[in-house]
Write a protein that binds this ligand. Structure first.
Ligand code: SF4
Length: 233
């Protein structure tokens, strides 16, 4: 299959009852406050080219961001910071992301999440994360021929991704690399079809981090620049 085919299947997924109920409830209730706009209310697929060499892994779509617009990190404050930093690092065609069809293009970079539906309070359960895991495995498998680096936003994404990488043909060093802002590890291939993969940690671009100054846009741009270099971009 292709990533496009996978995404077409993904947006139909209803495997997590709590998340299906929440994403649809938010869409029903909020549609009125975004008059004239479609409110997505479905699983949000990865965004970016299918031959990306850099993958950015977040947590899950935001109720009024990705869940509203249908595109990762689009239409919320977290996305404002991320796309501005991506633009500064030369990975995006413009610094703003408002809706699908706003002309934004990503260069050699794809954005995805270990959980594809918006969870209440931005907190997916362990069961929901594990239920969604096969989508991430499939996405990594499809990207593997070109993939050279991954930037993980936040500890949840880091903890979710490591086991998936180790099941998907890369060797995760022991002891397991610890998440932190600026963390960097190189995973060696465990399968002939894989190449070494650079893994970078970056604090999540959530308002909780950016409003408190724990994370600045410059800090995000710096990690993205390092990752872009490692990915050959
Ligand atoms: Fe399906 Fe993932 Fe959404 Fe669960 S979170 S319903 S597995 S797309």
């Amino acid at each position: 299959g292709t990533l496009e085919e996978m995404d077409a299947e993904l947006v139909q997924c209803r495997a997590c009852p709590r998340l299906v109920a929440w994403r649809e409830q938010v869409a029903r209730e909020k549609r009125a406050s975004y008059r004239g706009e479609e409110y997505w209310g479905r699983p949000v697929p990865g965004f970016g080219p299918d031959d990306a060499s850099l993958l950015i892994v977040g947590l899950a779509p935001a109720a009024h961001g990705g869940n509203r617009t249908g595109r990762m990190f689009t239409g919320d404050r977290s996305g404002d910071v991320l796309y501005e930093a991506m633009y500064e690092a030369g990975l995006a065609s413009q610094p703003v992301a408002t809706h699908r069809g706003d002309g934004l293009e990503l260069f050699g970079t794809r954005i995805t999440a270990p959980v594809h539906c918006a969870p209440p309070a931005n907190k997916p359960t362990v069961v929901e994360r594990d239920t969604c895991r096969h989508w991430l495995e499939q996405e990594l498998d499809l990207l593997a021929p070109t993939l050279r680096a991954v930037v993980v936003l936040g500890g949840f994404g880091w903890q979710s991704l490591l086991p998936v990488l180790s099941a998907s043909g890369w060797t995760v060093p022991t002891p397991r690399p610890k998440f932190g802002h600026g963390a960097h590890a190189v995973l060696q291939p465990a399968a002939p079809s894989r190449r070494p993969l650079h893994l970078f940690g970056c604090y999540h671009v959530s308002q909780q981090n950016t409003f408190t100054g724990r994370l600045t846009r410059e800090m995000v741009t710096d990690v993205l620049r390092d990752a872009a270099r490692a990915a050959g971009l």
